[in-house]
Design a binder for this molecule. Structure first.
Ligand code: AMP
Ligand code: ZN
Length: 471
């Protein structure tokens, strides 16, 4: 079965052929660590986790390298550090902010069932690689020094007339258009309005490192060069897949592509550029001022991580998606059903009918439709049940046993299972002595707590009562 992926650069779905099938390489732009991640940030995490899992399935787990960086140099981090730790020296405060946020991020995405990437490089640990790239760009005539800044010149890139892609070809924008649309208040040290920063001087007290290009003042990198440096260090000059949200196409990815191609005189950086669509909440763009800004952490207080994961995958990754409470409710019901039928089933092979849509540019909605079909037969057919279980595990579901799944829900409901069991014991005793008034009273008491009883028989045919949380 061949994998096909949509490539933003060529604007088409193409057969995926890795540069080296023994080491399939993927880079995804990770979070800037200064605050809790919101549910929009979870979209690339989940989407590229699904792709990572599929690549591991197709090429073997040890033949896939997934790099997702952590951006720990940023103005927003500095602001947060000053605000939260006013008494501390800025660099110490920054380290606190990034460490705490990094930990929160990992707790959140672990709960979403996302595998850890193979490598999670931090920008601040790759300054020498950034300096080396910047030196190459200056030597090649693509970058210049002005007032202690180093700037990249898209004009110089397009004048080079070589194997290089033209600046703007990822975002499908021409330099002329960009010049026409440029802001008027352009920094005076820029030769052209479209030049962008590779390196800049640090303000007093800000994190700073020795500068490249003989600049005396210490400085810090621009955002785009960070990803060019980290992908180079961990994946090489060229690799297979570069991913992130659609908002990153321009300028971030366009600039990464320009830097990397110019530094290595190459026609491409990644074989496939992949971008997830944006997520909005209940029909509106998420924003703090609208009050519909939701963090992953808040959602995890009310829903199991797998419910959030399923809810995300019901929409194709390239489409815009609307995050709703109604969708979450439905996703939870689906998972309850899957856990009931498939959680404790030993693994078989994933169903072809489910793999095929997944390998067709990660068509998860179609894959889920195929799984609902399998589910239909799974009650009667053991092979379908084990194929369903394996397909769900491939997608990152069924991380728990059926008992764990149910007990989590019981905890979340605020119902004390020990108390329920004690009441059921009393009720069983009442029934045994034919005190139906008392047994009915206990049933009503449990119903008032939100507990539904089911009377059945155990394996030996003795009466047995189980319970569920009422919907
Ligand atoms: P940021 O920390 O803002 O750089 O975002 C980290 C990742 O989340 C990037 O890949 C963004 O494209 C992505 N992202 C941010 N907001 C959304 C959203 N509302 N929907 C989908 N992806 C998003
Ligand atoms: Zn990046």
């Amino acid at each position: 079965m061949g994998l096909r992926l949509y490539d933003t650069f060529s604007r088409e779905k193409r057969r995926f052929v890795p540069l080296d099938p023994n080491n399939v390489r993927m880079y995804v732009c990770g979070p800037t660590v200064y605050d809790f991640a919101h549910i929009g940030n979870a979209r690339p995490v989940i989407v590229f986790d699904v792709l990572f899992r599929l690549l591991r399935h197709l090429y073997g787990a040890e033949h896939v390298t997934y790099v997702r960086n952590i951006t720990d140099v940023d103005d927003k981090i500095n602001e947060r550090a000053t605000r939260d730790y006013p008494g501390l020296p800025l660099n110490e405060a920054i380290r606190k902010v990034t460490d705490v946020t990094d930990k929160q991020f990992h707790e959140d995405v672990d709960a979403l069932g996302a595998l850890r990437p193979t490598i999670e490089p931090r920008a601040t640990e790759h300054i020498p690689e950034m300096r080396a790239l910047i030196e190459k760009l200056i030597a090649g005539g693509f970058a210049y020094v002005a007032e202690d800044h180093v700037l990249f010149s898209p004009q110089a890139m397009n004048a080079a007339n070589s194997v290089l892609p033209r600046y703007g070809s990822l975002a499908k924008r021409s330099l002329d258009e960009m010049i026409a649309g440029a802001r008027v208040d352009v920094a005076p040290y820029k030769r052209d309005v479209t030049d962008f920063v590779l390196w800049k001087p640090s303000k007093p007290g800000e994190p700073s490192w020795p500068s490249p290009a003989g600049i005396k003042a210490e400085g810090r990198p621009g955002w785009h060069i960070e990803c060019s440096a980290m992908s180079w260090k961990h994946l090489g000059e060229q690799f297979d897949i570069h991913g992130g949200g659609i908002d990153l196409v321009f300028p971030h990815h366009e600039n990464e592509l320009a830097q990397t191609c110019c530094a290595f005189h190459a026609g491409r950086m990644a074989g496939f550029w992949m971008h997830n669509g944006f997520l909005q909440v209940e029909g509106e763009k998420m924003s703090k001022s609208l009050g519909n800004f939701v963090t992953i952490r808040e959602l995890l207080a009310d829903w199991p991580g797998e419910v959030l994961r399923l809810n995300m995958l019901k929409t194709h990754y390239r489409s815009p998606m609307d995050w709703t409470l109604k969708g979450l409710d439905e996703s939870e019901k689906t998972l309850d059903d899957w856990y009931g039928i498939a959680a404790d089933v030993p693994d078989g092979s994933p169903a072809e009918s489910a793999l095929e849509p997944l390998a067709d540019d990660l068509n998860t909605p179609q894959m889920l439709a195929a799984l609902h079909g399998l589910r239909h037969n799974a009650a009667r057919n053991e092979a379908d049940r084990s194929a369903l279980a394996a397909s769900l595990r491939l997608l990152g579901f069924l991380g728990q046993s059926a008992v764990q799944w149910e007990s989590r829900k019981r905890q979340a409901s605020g119902i004390d299972p020990t108390k329920v069991d004690a009441l059921i014991f009393d009720r069983t005793a009442a029934r045994a002595r034919k005190d139906f008034k008392e047994s009915d009273r206990i049933r009503d008491e449990l119903a008032a707590m939100g507990v539904v009883l089911k009377d059945g028989k155990d394996a030996e045919g003795k009466p047995m009562t189980t319970w569920e949380i009422a919907r």
